[in-house]
Design a protein around this ligand. Structure first.
Ligand SMILES: C[S@@+](CC[C@H](N)C(=O)[O-])C[C@H]1O[C@@H](n2cnc3c(N)ncnc32)[C@H](O)[C@@H]1O
Length: 321
C-alpha cells in the first residue's frame, strides 16, 4: 500500500464561517493548462468573506471550469454563469450541461485507447456537438500538457512510460461528467465573448466575477501557446472590471506590468506562492478591490498534514489528472 499525505488548505484558519478542509476535489473532466484547482481554497475563502451568498457567479474565461464547478457543488452561489469562446471546450460544456452527459460518459468508457484508435478518431469528421465533445476530451487527455491549441503533440512516453494512456482514466473522467449532471441546473454555459458577458452582468449588484484570462500581458507568450484564443486587451478588461458593481477576483501572472496595470485601475494585488500537489511552485497574482480577506488565514502555501492516510495504488492513479 502506498502512503500519501492529505493536503490541508491552510495551516491556520481563523474564519467565522466553517470551511471545508482537506484536499481539493478534482471535478473537471479537463486537464487544463493554467487550471485553477490550486486556487480553490482561496476562492472558497473569498466567497465566504462576502456579506451574502452571491446570487450569480460569473466566470468569463471558464476553460476547464474548476472554479465554477466548485461553486456549483459547494453551493457557494445560487446561479453560475460560465463563459468560454473556444469551440472545442464549449462543445464539452454544452454536451455535459445540455443533457448528453450520460452519452459522453458512455462513449469515454467504451473507447479502447491505442495510438492507432486515437489517430483514427482525430481524423474523423465530427458531425455533432457531442462527437466534438468526445474528440476534445480525448485530445485534452492525450496531448502534451492537455493543450488543445494547434500544434500540441500527442503524448509519446507520458507518465511512467505509459505513453498515450498516462492521462486516460476513463472511469474517473466519466464519473466526473456524470457528477456534473447533478448540479447542471445551477450552471448556465455561454459560448461567447468574456467582454460582452462582463458588460451584461456588470450592473447587477448581486453578481460576482472570477476572472482568469489567458496570460499574454507584459509581453508574456505562454498564453499564446496554450490557448487558441489568447488575444485579450488587458487594459480594456481592467477598465470594464473597474465598472463592475459586484465584487471580483482576478488571477494573473505575477509580473511587474500586471501589477502596474492593476494599480492604474485602483486594484489591490497580492502575490501567491503555492505548491500544488505535483510540487510545482506557482507564482501568481490575486487582484481585487479589497483583498483583506486573504489575511484571515495568513498562510498561502499548502503544507503537509501532520497525519498520513493510506491509499490504494488504484485510487492514487485515478487521483492524478
Ligand atoms: C487561463 S484560461 C482559464 C483557465 C480556467 N480558470 C481553469 O481553471 O481551467 C483562459 C481561458 O479563456 C478563454 N478565452 C480567451 N479569450 C476569451 C474571450 N474573449 N472570451 C471568453 N473566453 C476566452 C481561453 O480559451 C481559455 O480557455
Amino acid at each position: 500500500m502506498a502512503q500519501t499525505y492529505l493536503l490541508p488548505e491552510f495551516e491556520t484558519e481563523q474564519r467565522e464561517k466553517p470551511v471545508n478542509v482537506a484536499s481539493v476535489p478534482q471535478r473537471s473532466p479537463f486537464r487544463y493548462p493554467g487550471g485553477k484547482t490550486w486556487l480553490v481554497p482561496l476562492f472558497r475563502r473569498w466567497m465566504m468573506s462576502l456579506p451574502n451568498q452571491p446570487a450569480i457567479l460569473v466566470e468569463p474565461f471558464a476553460g476547464g471550469g474548476i472554479i465554477s464547478l466548485t461553486a456549483a457543488f459547494e453551493q457557494l452561489a445560487d446561479h453560475i454563469v460560465m463563459v468560454e469562446l473556444d469551440g472545442q471546450i464549449s462543445s464539452v460544456w454544452k454536451t455535459i450541461l445540455g443533457g448528453d452527459a450520460d452519452w459522453l460518459a458512455k462513449r469515454i468508457l467504451s473507447f479502447e485507447l491505442t495510438p492507432e484508435s486515437a489517430k483514427e478518431e482525430f481524423a474523423k469528421e465530427v458531425r455533432s456537438q457531442r462527437e466534438l465533445a468526445f474528440q476534445t476530451i480525448l485530445k485534452n487527455r492525450t496531448a502534451h500538457g492537455g493543450i488543445l491549441a494547434e500544434g500540441a503533440g500527442v503524448l509519446k512516453r507520458g507518465e511512467n512510460g505509459r505513453g498515450i494512456l498516462s492521462r486516460w482514466y476513463p472511469q474517473t473522467i466519466a464519473k466526473r461528467i456524470t457528477n456534473i449532471k447533478f448540479v447542471s441546473r445551477r450552471i448556465e454555459f455561454i459560448q461567447g465573448d468574456a467582454f460582452e458577458q462582463l458588460k451584461r452582468f456588470g450592473k447587477d449588484r448581486n453578481a460576482v466575477f472570477f476572472i482568469d484570462p489567458p496570460y499574454t500581458a507584459g509581453g508574456k507568450s505562454a498564453g499564446s501557446r496554450l490557448y487558441t484564443h489568447c488575444e485579450v486587451d488587458h487594459e480594456r478588461l481592467f477598465s470594464i472590471c473597474e465598472e463592475l458593481r459586484g465584487d471580483l477576483l482576478m488571477t494573473y501572472d505575477n509580473a511587474d506590468e500586471v501589477r502596474a496595470l492593476a494599480a492604474r485601475h485602483g486594484f489591490e494585488t497580492k502575490a501567491v506562492a503555492m505548491k500544488n500537489t505535483h510540487h510545482a511552485e506557482m507564482n501568481e497574482l490575486l487582484i481585487g478591490r479589497d483583498l483583506s480577506w486573504t489575511e484571515a488565514g495568513g498562510v498561502f502555501r499548502e503544507h503537509r498534514s501532520p497525519y498520513r492516510v493510506s491509499e490504494s495504488k488504484q485510487t492514487k492513479k485515478q487521483r492524478k489528472r
